[in-house]
Design a protein around this ligand. Structure first.
Ligand SMILES: C[S@@+](CC[C@H](N)C(=O)[O-])C[C@H]1O[C@@H](n2cnc3c(N)ncnc32)[C@H](O)[C@@H]1O
Length: 402
């Protein structure tokens, strides 16, 4: 997270910018060609492409995450205007009368009172100044990105916020904000010395149905989808969304975010009351139906021995269906002979092994791609419900072509 622009917002990117650059160079991707990331997240692939003068398209279904990646691509703006907007916002914030009484308890518990008052004044000042300019959006990103630095709440693995755990190092919001603005100005200058303008486009939309919304034909895809490991991407930025008033609490997250994402958590599959038979009848899972049905059956059985709580059986079925739909869209969007690299991991909910990379490969062939290869990167072990199972897991690169 020390690279210019990439460092503007901390997010579970799935891979590092230098690796993306290596892959593009190995593939001889040149200016004029188009690279796609259907799970664009905070836009790592797009920012790398911009730095190399290569056109790119990103699809991201989480509205706040898509807004963050769009803001990062505004690096061609005038950095002095960013500084001036931020200075005016700071000036105005001093005259605000903060009112922190209406913030939900997650926010109240995560900040010291004086800190929250300062953040509320900054927010009100931004709201009074906001317009559709790049500087307005970049300063919004600066404020959004310092919330965790100014919070006393701990952050769990990945990005879940833990208001009951306090952390030692908290940075004063004004100091953090000013530092962030200076970092952004310096990164804008760095990028403008490398490239003239952004050639990236972010679609706030669903990777399961994006092909018609992009006019370009795609030469190459680099992506890291959510893994089927119960990590809830919808919940990852609940803290920031709650601060801005986009959601009032956990209960709003499904409607505001989760329902737009592919199913990769048991919260998602249980909330949508998915049915095993419906999932197995979907023509999207035909190529892996027998093995998937077997695994779903075992998960349903094991679930009974765990009090019938987690809906991993339908999570896995829906995950495969959704990934298959994404692969079909990719086939429509890609040129013949396109290359793809998926950073992917397998999973074992309740200790039942799911050969995810093998299934994705089979679904890719069924979608019309010609061949694949899997390179293991590392072994990993995952804790399910704080209990380690012994099923060996791995993470690696799935190269797909055709
Ligand atoms: C591993 S992250 C990708 C991170 C990305 N490589 C980056 O640079 O930040 C997976 C992303 O897929 C997004 N996602 C989940 N379902 C989606 C869908 N149906 N369409 C598009 N994006 C989706 C999640 O919101 C999440 O940001």
């Amino acid at each position: 997270m020390s690279l210019p622009i990439h460092r503007w917002f901390r997010y579970s990117a799935g891979f590092a910018a230098p690796w993306v650059e290596e892959v593009l160079s190995e593939w001889y991707i040149q200016p004029g060609q188009v690279v796609l990331d259907p799970f664009a997240g905070s836009g790592t692939v797009l920012v790398v492409c911009d730095s190399l003068g290569i056109s790119s398209v990103g699809v991201e279904a989480h509205p706040l995450v898509a807004r963050i990646s769009k803001a990062k691509l505004l690096w061609e703006c005038d950095r002095f205007r960013v500084g001036a907007f931020a200075a005016e916002m700071l000036r105005r914030s001093q005259g605000q009368k903060p009112d922190i009484s209406s913030y939900p308890s997650l926010i109240q518990r995560s900040f010291a009172t004086e800190v929250l008052k300062t953040l509320d004044s900054l927010k009100s000042a931004w709201l009074s100044l906001q317009n559709s300019s790049p500087e307005s959006e970049l300063v919004w990103l600066a404020l959004t990105s310092i919330l965790r630095l100014a919070s006393r709440a701990g952050t769990a693995q990945w990005q879940y916020i833990l208001p009951n755990k306090t952390k030692r190092k908290v940075i004063h919001p004004i100091e953090a904000f000013q530092r962030q603005i200076e970092t952004m100005k310096s990164d804008i200058r760095w990028m403008q010395a490398k490239a003239k303008r952004s050639l990236a486009q972010v679609v706030t939309g669903d990777a399961r149905a994006f092909a018609e919304s992009i006019p370009q034909k795609i030469d190459a895809v680099i992506t890291s989808p959510p893994y089927a490991n119960n990590y809830d991407y919808a919940d990852a930025l609940r803290f920031e969304m709650t601060f801005w008033g986009d959601v009032a609490g956990w209960g709003d997250i499904h409607e505001a975010v989760r329902r737009y994402l592919i199913v990769s958590s048991s919260q998602h599959s249980s909330r949508e009351r998915l049915k095993v038979d419906d999932l197995l009848e979907s023509d999207a899972v035909v190529p892996i139906r027998n093995e998937l049905s077997n695994v779903m059956g075992r998960l349903a059985q094991v679930r009974e021995t765990h009090g019938g709580k987690k809906h991993y059986h339908t999570m896995i079925g829906a995950y495969c269906r959704d990934i298959s739909l994404v692969l079909r869209q990719l086939r429509l969007a890609c040129k013949p002979g396109a290359r793809m690299c998926w950073v992917i991991g397998d999973s074992a909910p309740y200790g039942v092994y799911c050969p995810i990379e093998k299934w994705i490969a089979q679904l890719a062939l069924a979608a019309g791609f010609k061949c694949y290869r899997f390179d293991k990167l590392r072994d990993r072990n995952i804790k399910w419900k704080n209990r380690k199972h012994r099923v060996p897991l791995k993470e690696g690169l799935l190269w797909i072509e055709g």
